[in-house]
Design a protein around this ligand. Structure first.
Ligand SMILES: [Zn+2]
Length: 155
């Protein structure tokens, strides 16, 4: 875990954006802690997960196929792009992750899934994750205000 932390801090210091190295860190940390999410086989029926909208159930720590997940308690839909990104990050070296260009919606979905899963694993809210959420809200707010000010200047 220490090696992972050192590597992650190095990655964050040179990364153009922090989300991919942070998500990669979260997935690796889950694995080291013994909570590697199952992303390839349905935790209900054991069938290989198909390329469609599936479900993520944090209590079981992984994905359910549509048949098993649709009515499962606490299972949320996971889009195909988000599942692919998570699988890719789980099975590839960081060098292959760093150049990925993700759509904003996929970034958000992957972050949400990992946030909820990690929170569940810890059985409490992570202060650092909450801090990052707060920071993002503040940044979005000030960006919105700057945009509004610009619009006001132009009119
Ligand atoms: Zn199933």
């Amino acid at each position: 875990m220490f090696d992972l932390l050192v590597a992650t801090l190095g990655r964050l210091s040179v990364a153009a954006e922090m989300r991919l190295p942070t998500r990669y860190f979260e997935l690796q940390l889950l694995e080291l802690a013994g909570f590697r999410p199952q992303l390839f086989e349905c935790l209900g029926c054991g069938q290989a997960i198909q390329p469609t909208v599936n479900y993520f159930q944090r209590a079981r720590g992984g994905v359910l196929c549509p048949a098993c997940g649709a009515d499962a308690a606490g299972a949320s839909p996971i889009s195909l792009p988000a599942l692919k990104v998570l699988r890719y990050m789980q099975t590839r070296d960081y060098d292959l992750i760093a150049p990925l260009q993700l759509r904003e919606t996929v970034h958000r979905e992957v972050e949400e899934i990992l946030y909820h899963y990690i929170t569940f694993v810890l059985e409490k809210s992570l202060k650092s994750v909450r801090f990052l959420h707060l920071l993002r809200e503040q940044l979005a707010l000030s960006a919105g205000m700057a945009g509004a000010a610009q619009t006001a200047e132009q009119t």
